[in-house]
Design a protein around this ligand. Structure first.
Ligand SMILES: [Zn+2]
Length: 72
């Protein structure tokens, strides 16, 4: 590989790493998850404000129903 190709390759990798880092920061920035842990749908803004919310309202209800069924 020529040195200039190598430099280009490194630059590309650094850029990709930077993008990944930004995406991670975006994920961490909110108080809760922005997308449902189960179905991947975006969580309603009102719910997202609640600390520890990981699921959309539908999955949360289903989860709680299953939880209650299993732990009785
Ligand atoms: Zn969901």
């Amino acid at each position: 590989m020529r040195p200039e190709d190598w430099a280009q390759e490194m630059e590309l990798r650094e850029r990709e790493a930077g993008i990944a880092e930004k995406q991670l920061q975006a994920l961490r920035s909110g108080p809760g998850y922005s997308h449902c842990k189960d179905c991947g749908e975006e969580i309603e803004k009102e719910r997202r404000a609640i600390k520890g919310v990981k699921r959309c309202i539908f999955c949360q209800e289903r989860y709680e129903r299953d939880f209650n069924r299993c732990h009785r």
